[in-house]
Design a protein around this ligand. Structure first.
Ligand code: PLP
Length: 403
């Protein structure tokens, strides 16, 4: 069976993990701090805080910005549940908007959805393809939109406009107008969960890229404290010298990354740009060329001068298929020996969001894209033979099911 997204585990990773296990320190410590520095250097933003998932990172940042009851957060209907769930847990309202043909949030729909309660917009770089950040910033910097902004704390006053938090769970290494994700939005959150471009098994990172007038070092400290119980010192710093004494400033989260996780991430990141990312591009381009002449294949957006994807998976759509036909094709390819996937079930189709009164009819593009989407695997150890096998099985089964 060709799996959908196994991690790349080799001797380098095993050695680094072993070394960390035997180092006498396995939770947050020097490796995590080093990983934070390497992420900052790679993406070009100001500071990074590593956490134990992107979901935790998103919730911590929303909480730092003071998002709560009575506030609205705009996000795409077509995405994974992580961001909407975080907004709900903070007692704020997710305001869902529809997406464009490339699966990313529609700036025109954002414009229609902004109200005086909007505090944050969360674009998602679905599959690794960056959202349209220039158009999104044009919307929030429009004077009529800015006039609607009602700050309710000092951080919001200092920003003076809606905050953009990028959900870049899939898009480490992607670029938009020559800049890497991490340095495109005010704050960006990456995921290092097992299926992401680089993994730490579970993990995430918060990247600060706030307006220059804000003190990023101070915000780094505040968010680090917030992610560790609200405690002024983590376990590692408490053991240094005689400075064990700590204080607790707020009821924070317990979402710190461990050095064991960071050890994996350090190896992954070090070989990402020159080895792992080019391999992803190679696989994406191979799928693209093998499918481009198929009349039924709606291909995902290819890299352009403006946007370059990090190619987390290949978001194919099958013209003429509905949900049932798409599922049948996935089943048949699985029976042949390859695992495909679907990204994502739009949020209004999930029980929680149905109960909260969201209706899929309000998001026609999201539904249209979801109905016939099939994700093809992209990962380091996928071979040319695997790719040929997947494509041959797909073509055979699409032809027979659509016939
Ligand atoms: C678009 C998107 N955002 C956020 C997340 C959450 O990431 P994590 O599992 O690290 O919390 C995921 C996870 O798959 C995702 O696909």
């Amino acid at each position: 069976m060709i799996p959908f997204s196994p991690p790349r585990i080799d001797n380098k990773i095993l050695e680094e993990v072993k070394e960390t296990l035997l180092s006498g320190w396995i939770t947050t410590g020097p490796k995590t701090k080093l990983f934070e520095e390497h992420i900052t250097k790679y993406c070009g933003h100001e500071r990074t805080i590593c956490v134990n998932s992107a979901t935790a990172g998103l919730e911590i940042v929303l909480s730092w910005f003071g998002v709560g009851k009575g506030d609205e957060v705009i996000l795409p209907a077509y995405t994974y549940c992580a961001i909407a769930n975080a907004v709900v847990r903070l007692n704020a309202k997710p305001v869902m908007v529809d997406v464009e043909d490339d699966f990313t949030i529609s700036p025109d729909e954002i414009k229609k959805a902004v109200s005086s309660k909007t505090k944050v917009i969360i674009p998602v770089d679905v599959g690794g393809y960056p959202a349209d950040y220039t158009r999104i910033y044009e919307v929030i910097n429009d004077l009529n939109i800015k006039k609607k902004f009602r700050p309710s704390n000092n951080i919001q006053k200092e920003i003076g406009r809606i905050l953009i938090i990028a959900d870049a769970a899939h898009s480490l290494g992607a670029t938009y107008e020559g800049k890497k994700t991490g340095s495109l939005a005010d704050i960006t959150v990456f995921s290092f969960q097992a299926t992401k471009n680089i993994t730490t098994s579970e993990g995430g990172a918060i990247c600060l890229n706030l307006p220059k007038s804000m003190d990023c070092d101070e915000i780094y400290k505040k968010i680090t404290i917030k992610s560790f119980q609200g405690q002024t010192k983590d376990s590692y710093s408490k053991t240094k010298g005689d400075s064990w004494r700590y204080d607790v400033l707020e009821a924070g989260f317990k979402s710190n990354m461990t050095d064991l996780q960071a050890a994996i991430g350090l190896v992954e990141l070090q070989r990402y740009e020159d080895d792992m990312l080019p391999k992803r591009k190679y696989i994406f381009n191979k799928y693209y060329s093998l499918l481009k002449d198929k009349e039924w294949a709606v291909l995902p957006p290819a890299d352009s001068a403006q946007r370059k994807s990090s190619n987390n998976f290949f978001m194919l759509r099958i013209k003429g298929a509905d949900e049932q036909i798409r599922d049948e094709i996935i089943k048949k390819v699985y029976e042949d020996g390859a695992s495909l996937n679907v990204h994502f079930i739009p949020l209004p189709l999930l029980t929680l969001y149905k109960k909260l009164n969201y209706k899929i009819e309000d998001y026609p593009k999201s539904y249209e894209l979801f109905c016939n989407e099939v994700s093809l695997p992209i990962y380091y150890d996928l071979t040319d033979e695997n790719i040929d096998f997947i494509i041959n099985s797909l073509i055979k089964n699409v032809d027979s099911v659509l016939d």
